[in-house]
Design a protein around this ligand. Structure first.
Ligand SMILES: Nc1ncnc2c1ncn2[C@@H]1O[C@H](COP(=O)(O)OP(=O)(O)OP(=O)(O)O)[C@@H](O)[C@H]1O
Length: 286
C-alpha cells in the first residue's frame, strides 16, 4: 500500500515580534558574569529505571568554552546522563547546573541556555524544515526578522536550502539530524549538548558542522558531545569523560586521559570487554 499524498502545512504566519515566554528576574539571568562558573556541573547524579541504575552517582564538571566529549560503551548511560542534565528526564538524586542555573529548580531559565540535539526525541515532523526551525526560534521569543534570517542561515549552512519546503517526515536520517541541529542552534544557546551529532551525516555536511562548532567554542560557547567515534573526539574535543555502567571512569583534557596512548586504546583499557577472538568457528569460511 502506498502512502496517501501528504499535504504540506501552510507556512507559519509570524507576528511582528514574539514576547519572551517569561521574563526572567535579573538574579537568575546568566550574564557574562557567570563565565567563571562551569558550563555544566553534575553532582551525585542518579537515575534508575526499575532496579537498574543507568546513572549511578555521577559527578562531572564541564569548563566554559570547552569542546567536551562524553564516551562510553553501549548502555553506559551517556544518553540518560545528557537527558537528566538538560531537563528531559528527572533525576532520582543529585543536581545538574548549567552556568550555575539549577536545571530542575529553574527549568525555563536553564533551557534558554541549552541547545539540545537529543537522541531519539520525536520532532514535529509534519512541519517543513523551514517551519520547524522557525517555530523553534519563535518559542524562544526571538523577534520575527531575526528568526527568519537565522532560519535561512542555518538551512543554507546545513545544505537543506532545497529541502526547506519539504516536510521533515520525508527527510533522510542525515537530513533529519541536520534540521534537529539547526533547531538546537537557532536561539544561540550558551551550551550545546549533542548526542551523536554526526551519525548519518555526510562528510561535506560534517565538515561544515565542524566549522560552525569550532567557531562557536572559539567565541566562548561550550559544546558537549556524546560519540562512539574516538577519532572524532580526539580530533575535535579538548576534554573528555569516559563513563561505563553509569559511573565516571576518567575525565580531564584529552591529553590527560589518553596519556601516551591513543584515546581508542585507553578507552578499551578503561572499559574492558575486548575479546581478541576471530569470531565463532561456524562463521569461518575456510
Ligand atoms: N527508558 C528506559 N527504560 C529502561 N531502561 C532504560 C531506559 N533508557 C535507558 N535505559 C537503560 O539504561 C542504561 C543506559 O542507557 P543509555 O541509553 O543512557 O546508554 P548509552 O550510553 O547512551 O548507550 P548507547 O551508546 O548504546 O546509545 C541501559 O542499560 C539502558 O538499557
Amino acid at each position: 500500500m502506498t502512502d496517501a499524498p501528504r499535504e504540506t502545512p501552510p507556512p507559519p504566519v509570524l507576528p511582528e515580534t514574539v514576547a519572551p515566554p517569561t521574563s526572567l528576574p535579573d538574579a537568575v539571568v546568566p550574564t557574562a558574569g557567570t563565565d567563571h562558573l562551569p558550563a555544566m556541573q553534575l553532582n551525585g547524579l542518579i537515575k534508575r529505571f526499575g532496579e537498574k541504575a543507568a546513572v549511578a552517582g555521577l559527578d562531572l564538571t564541564v569548563p566554559t568554552g570547552s569542546f567536551y566529549g562524553l564516551v562510553g560503551p553501549n548502555g553506559a548511560g551517556k544518553t540518560t546522563t545528557l537527558s537528566v542534565a538538560t531537563g528531559l528526564l528527572r533525576p532520582d538524586a543529585g543536581t545538574a547546573r548549567i552556568h550555575g542555573v539549577d536545571v530542575w529548580a529553574q527549568p525555563v531559565e536553564a533551557k534558554r541556555l541549552i541547545g539540545n540535539l537529543a537522541d531519539g526525541v520525536r520532532l514535529f515532523d509534519r512541519l517543513t524544515g523551514e517551519q520547524l526551525v522557525t517555530y523553534t526560534g519563535m518559542m524562544f521569543g526571538l523577534p520575527r526578522d531575526e528568526v527568519v534570517s537565522r532560519t535561512a542561515d542555518l538551512l543554507r549552512i546545513m545544505d537543506l536550502g532545497d529541502a526547506a519546503g519539504t516536510p521533515v517526515v520525508d527527510y533522510s536520517a542525515g537530513m533529519t539530524k541536520k534540521v534537529a541541529l539547526a533547531c538546537a542552534l537557532v536561539h544561540a544557546p550558551r551550551v550545546l549538548v549533542l548526542d551523536e551529532p554526526f551519525e548519518s551525516v555526510d562528510p561535506v555536511s560534517a565538515a561544515n558542522i565542524d566549522d560552525i562548532l569550532r567557531g562557536y567554542t572559539a567565541s566562548g560557547g561550550t559544546v558537549i558531545v556524546s560519540s562512539h567515534s574516538m577519532d572524532l573526539v580526539q580530533r575535535m574535543c579538548d576534554h573528555v569523560a569516559v563513563i561505563a555502567q553509569g559511573r565516571l571512569l576518567a575525565s580531564g583534557t584529552v591529553d590527560e586521559v589518553r596519556g601516551t596512548r591513543t584515546l581508542q586504546d585507553r578507552f578499551v583499557d578503561l572499559v574492558g570487554g575486548r575479546h581478541h577472538s576471530e569470531g565463532p568457528q561456524w562463521l569461518r569460511q575456510s
